[in-house]
Ligand binder design. Sequence first.
Ligand SMILES: Cc1cc2nc3c(=O)[nH]c(=O)nc-3n(C[C@H](O)[C@H](O)[C@H](O)COP(=O)(O)OP(=O)(O)OC[C@H]3O[C@@H](n4cnc5c(N)ncnc54)[C@H](O)[C@@H]3O)c2cc1C
Length: 184
Amino acid sequence: MTRVGIVGDGPGGLSAALFLAKGGHDVTVFGTDKTAMNYAYLYNYLGIPEISGTNFQTVAKRQVAGFGAELVEQEVTSITTGEGFSITTDEGSHQADYLILTEGKSPALALSLGVETDDDEAIVVDQDNRSSVDKVYVVGRSVRPKRSQAIISAGAGAVAALDIMSREEGKDIQDWDSPPKEDE
Ligand SMILES: Cc1cc2nc3c(=O)[nH]c(=O)nc-3n(C[C@H](O)[C@H](O)[C@H](O)COP(=O)(O)OP(=O)(O)OC[C@H]3O[C@@H](n4cnc5c(N)ncnc54)[C@H](O)[C@@H]3O)c2cc1C
């Protein structure tokens, strides 16, 4: 089972966690609930006419935990690379094969790993949200600080998750469900 460490419990990190946990992977999300969502009231999240950002977060965390992701309410203080990644908090260390960093507007950990930045010092990622460091994805407000929306972060988290699952399976993966049959 692939171990994925996710830093950030906003919509980007939680969306990535949902897809990966639903796909059967070992997912740990680190976050301190300092997401910008706690200041937002959403009228522009397609499919949800209106919701407070804090309520969105409550529902999303419950949904993600329901698929088996572990939510750890701790700040990550450092990440080191070697055989995979070692994610450190004040309470201990956690090993992961892949990293998804969704730190919001101040991506200190991503920068500490030496990810490539452009002339404006924005982190460079490809269309699958891969950074220049192998198996490190950077998602959401961290790569779009001046064009940040909740639905974009959630979409980018899903993109990164599908890419990890596709790499692991060696073929393209998409997570499609159909309505339950009437007699189910
Ligand atoms: C006042 C306000 C109103 C807004 N209104 C809207 C709106 O109406 N519609 C809309 O679409 N968007 C709105 N937004 C923007 C929206 O909140 C962001 O687009 C969205 O939160 C970005 O999601 P994200 O996952 O990329 O990052 P964030 O939500 O910022 O999440 C980053 C998370 O990473 C965690 N983190 C960072 N570093 C660490 C670490 N070292 N260890 C552990 N955790 C860490 C933080 O605590 C945080 O929880 C608003 C924002 C603000 C401030």
